[in-house]
Design a protein around this ligand. Structure first.
Ligand SMILES: [Fe+2]
Length: 132
């Protein structure tokens, strides 16, 4: 499965958020790699928990930056949906272990890529315009 790699085009122009995105990509990649490497359920479980914790922290930070945006609710809604999807993955994983569908992993990678490249970059650009 393709991993997610941070490149300059993912930059939102705020180094704190760029660093958080890189860390989030690292954690998602770690889960995908561990998943394919025959790790135990406990090992995978702890990687998944680490990723979910970090995701919550990151979304809260990002929402602090974006809360003045006129379409903020839409952005927060996307974060919420993504968290729900990831929690569903965690639930499935606890029930089925490594038997979970690979499609969910692909979905998470594609979603994160698209979200950062389109929504995050656009919203942060708007916020700079609003501030100036
Ligand atoms: Fe976002």
């Amino acid at each position: 499965m393709d991993l997610i790699k941070w490149e300059e085009s993912y930059s939102v122009g705020v180094s704190e958020i760029d660093r958080q995105h890189q860390q989030l990509f690292t954690l998602l990649n770690k889960f995908v790699l561990n998943f394919g490497a025959g790790n135990t359920r406990d090992e995978l479980q702890s990687v998944l928990e680490e990723m979910i914790d970090y995701m919550g922290y990151h979304f809260r930070c990002e929402e602090n930056y974006l809360q003045g945006h006129p379409d903020f609710a839409k952005h927060r809604g996307q974060h919420y949906d993504f968290v729900q999807k990831t929690l569903q993955l965690q639930k499935d994983f606890m029930e089925k272990g490594p038997g979970i569908s690979q499609d969910v992993l692909k979905f998470l990678i594609v979603w994160l890529k698209n979200h950062v490249l389109t929504m995050d970059t656009a919203y942060f650009t708007d916020m700079r315009k609003i501030a100036s």
